[in-house]
Design a protein around this ligand. Structure first.
Ligand SMILES: [Fe+2]
Length: 286
């Protein structure tokens, strides 16, 4: 079973403002998605795409429809873990379900599915006082609601479990960033809760985004992975491949294939990560 993981397409945003780690090229998203569609076609065995959130810059019906149209060009389904930028209005969830229900299952933005014994739980994390609503003026404190976690308890356990949410899950280690402190560390309560959940439900892989950085951390036999933004140079995504005995991750860049000029900040190559941050092979525990 193979799937693509990408994040942070920020449809409707600007190339000159907003959080970014590398230069954005939003006008070229149609070309980038076109390249991805061709690439998936060539592979022939990609089952689905997971978007880790921040599909749009702000939650308007127009942005959602543009994003839905872009991803409808892919030859396989795309499932979405809503990010903070996807929740900028109080009616954001209703707006997504009205204009792009195909990103979700069962008309719920928290959902799970099983594919070839792999179970994927997609859970929207909340950032401020009001669930499913993000205000940029509020401090960012990701959390889940108890009702969302009940979903993890449901049957259909699958052989291997993957948890997807938009929040970044671990800090960037000094060895990767070259700095003398951990970068982008999530709140302790949230990361402790995540670690407990992974142990309780025997999760093998946790996928996140939000930091726009390729990160690959192994803690207690669980892989915590985040990816750089698909709309930022060098236009990267992840390929996951699950077999009966192991699973692998590769990071793939489209920078050699695009038909436009792009910029890259060579002072921040840590965003792309070292080889060990960009790929791994993990054997299942018996
Ligand atoms: Fe983002």
């Amino acid at each position: 079973m193979k799937f693509v993981f990408l994040a942070d397409t920020h449809v409707g945003g600007s190339d000159t403002s907003g959080y970014m780690q590398q230069p954005r090229h939003l006008a070229h998203l149609p070309e980038l998605i076109g390249l991805l569609a061709e690439w998936i076609d060539e592979q022939r065995d990609i089952d689905f795409v997971i978007h880790g959130g921040d599909v749009v810059e702000s939650t308007t019906p127009e942005n959602i429809r543009i994003a839905a149209d872009l991803f409808s060009r892919l030859p396989c389904p795309t499932y979405l873990a809503l990010g903070n930028h996807d929740l900028t209005t109080k009616n954001a969830v209703a707006c997504w379900l009205e204009h792009a229900p195909q990103f979700f299952i069962g008309n719920e933005v928290d959902f799970f599915f099983v594919n070839d014994k792999i179970r994927v739980d997609i859970i929207c994390c909340h950032w401020g006082k009001i669930p499913y609503f993000w205000r940029s003026s509020e401090p960012q404190n990701p959390y889940f609601l108890p009702a969302q976690l009940e979903m993890l308890n449901t049957r259909d356990q699958g052989k291997c479990r993957i948890l997807v949410t938009h929040a970044n899950l671990c800090g960037v280690p000094c060895e990767q960033s070259g700095m003398d402190y951990l970068l982008h560390v999530p709140g302790k309560t949230f990361s402790d809760e995540l670690k407990q959940l992974t142990q309780k439900f025997r999760v093998s892989l946790v996928l996140g985004a939000h930091n726009h950085i390729n990160l690959n951390t192994k803690l207690n036999n669980v892989r915590y992975v985040t990816g750089s933004a698909f709309c930022e140079t060098p236009f990267e995504f992840k390929l996951f491949d699950f077999t009966d005995s192991h699973f692998t991750m590769k990071t793939i860049s489209f920078s050699d294939y695009v038909n436009f000029k792009y910029k890259y900040d060579f002072n921040k190559t840590f965003v792309q990560g070292r080889l060990c941050d960009r790929s791994f092979k993990e054997h299942f525990q018996n």
